[in-house]
Design a protein around this ligand. Structure first.
Ligand SMILES: NC(=O)c1ccc[n+]([C@@H]2O[C@H](COP(=O)([O-])OP(=O)(O)OC[C@H]3O[C@@H](n4cnc5c(N)ncnc54)[C@H](O)[C@@H]3O)[C@@H](O)[C@H]2O)c1
Length: 351
């Protein structure tokens, strides 16, 4: 196989960066898109020949190899199962599902159907984080002892993120899932699972700091303890103004590293009237900004989708950290964190 034909499900924010990333890959043809709105805009922008209002119809009618799932979290389960039934490989956006039971069913169904399930945790492909892992692997900071990381911004653009039944929760499942996924990839694995979590959240609605209309929490922190004693602290919040702030701090026995995924641009710009765009979730762009050079590249989307396409072409399973099992492990940790926050005590994680 020299070319992978892709069908996108979804037509807005995530669908757009999937289309952008696929368009940079000359071994991909975006054959069709299915969504309940915005079809004309997205198909025109990315030159997609076919549009569908029903994703099952797209999967039945189109000769596609790979489906990209870019719909609200609660729909991931149904769309992935439909893709497996139609014998299409499938890239699923984060979080893999809103419950571990659904995530487990997705992993098992894809395995039974013989299709590959790719978990789209882009931090696993962010160039800065990959370089940090190289430095760790060469012993550059000694043994990693503790990691602290966050994805935080001022609130999701998407209405489904405000509701628990469509999102699965608040900033923990929707944002902190990125640092959790990366930390499991970096510190965890089958032989070093998370054994205990301790979490706090604002709890949603009136208890939130800012977003009283969000059913899920607008602030969450979760501490993970791994079997080997290493610890990692993940934060997700919607109370951060001034742009999306994704940072990782890694503490080693002989050194440390700070990685800035979103404000790390080499450009410092001062503009009196403002510019077209600086970084994700900024309110305005006048005065001093740090305009991203290529946000989709630095956040990992471009390399992630290139890697998944290569897996399809070369008939390879995805590496640990970005396979269905990794997505399921993240959801199990998130569920334990919600339980910990609710009960006000640490929770032992079943592995
Ligand atoms: N990896 C990342 O950094 C990242 C960033 C943003 C979003 N996401 C994930 O991508 C997914 C989509 O988020 P978004 O921000 O694009 O949401 P959005 O609200 O911008 O878009 C939702 C899309 O879902 C489509 N949709 C809704 N119901 C549908 C149905 N029944 N059939 C087909 N299409 C349907 C809509 O047409 C719309 O295009 C979410 O799971 C989110 O967590 C990931």
């Amino acid at each position: 196989m020299n070319q992978v034909k892709v069908g996108i499900v979804g037509s807005r924010f995530a669908a757009d960066f999937h289309c952008d990333s696929y368009s940079r890959n000359d071994r991909v043809k975006i054959a069709a898109v299915a969504a309940i709105d915005n079809l004309e805009e997205i198909s025109t922008k990315w030159n997609i020949p076919k549009t569908y209002e029903n994703y099952r119809e797209m999967m039945d009618k189109e000769d596609i190899d790979l489906v990209s799932v870019c719909v609200p979290n609660f729909l991931h389960h149904d769309v992935v199962l439909a893709a497996a039934e139609a014998k299409k490989h499938v890239v699923c956006e984060k979080p893999l599902a809103t419950t571990s039971a659904e995530a487990e069913e997705m992993v098992n169904t894809c395995a039974d159907a013989g299709v590959k399930l790719f978990y789209a945790e882009d931090w696993g492909f962010a160039p800065a984080l990959n370089r940090a892992l190289e430095i760790i692997n060469q012993g550059g900071i000694g043994e990693v002892l503790y990691v602290k990381a966050r994805e935080v911004h001022c609130g999701s653009h998407s209405p489904f993120a405000k509701k628990k039944d469509t999102c699965g929760g608040g900033a923990l499942i929707h944002l902190a899932i990125h640092p959790i996924g990366f930390m499991l990839y970096m510190l965890g694995g089958a032989d070093n699972p998370v054994v205990e979590v301790t979490a706090k959240t604002t709890g949603g609605l009136d208890r939130n700091y800012v977003h009283k209309d969000f059913e899920g929490e607008d602030w969450a922190v979760g501490l993970m303890k791994f079997a080997d004693g290493k610890r990692a602290l993940a934060e997700g919040n919607y109370i951060t103004v001034g742009g999306m702030d994704d940072c990782v701090e890694i503490y080693g026995s002989h050194g440390r590293m700070n990685i800035d995924l979103t404000f790390g641009s080499p450009i410092r710009c001062y503009s009196r009237q403002g510019i077209d765009y600086a970084i994700e979730k900024t309110d305005f762009t006048h005065g001093w900004t740090k305009p991203a050079v290529d946000e989709f590249e630095s956040l990992g989307y471009v390399r992630e989708l290139r890697y998944f396409v290569d897996c399809v072409i070369n008939d390879q399973q995805p590496k640990p950290g970005v396979d269905g099992a990794a997505g399921l492990a993240c959801i199990k940790v998130v569920e334990a964190m919600y339980q910990s926050a609710k009960e006000g005590k640490s929770v032992v994680v079943e592995t």
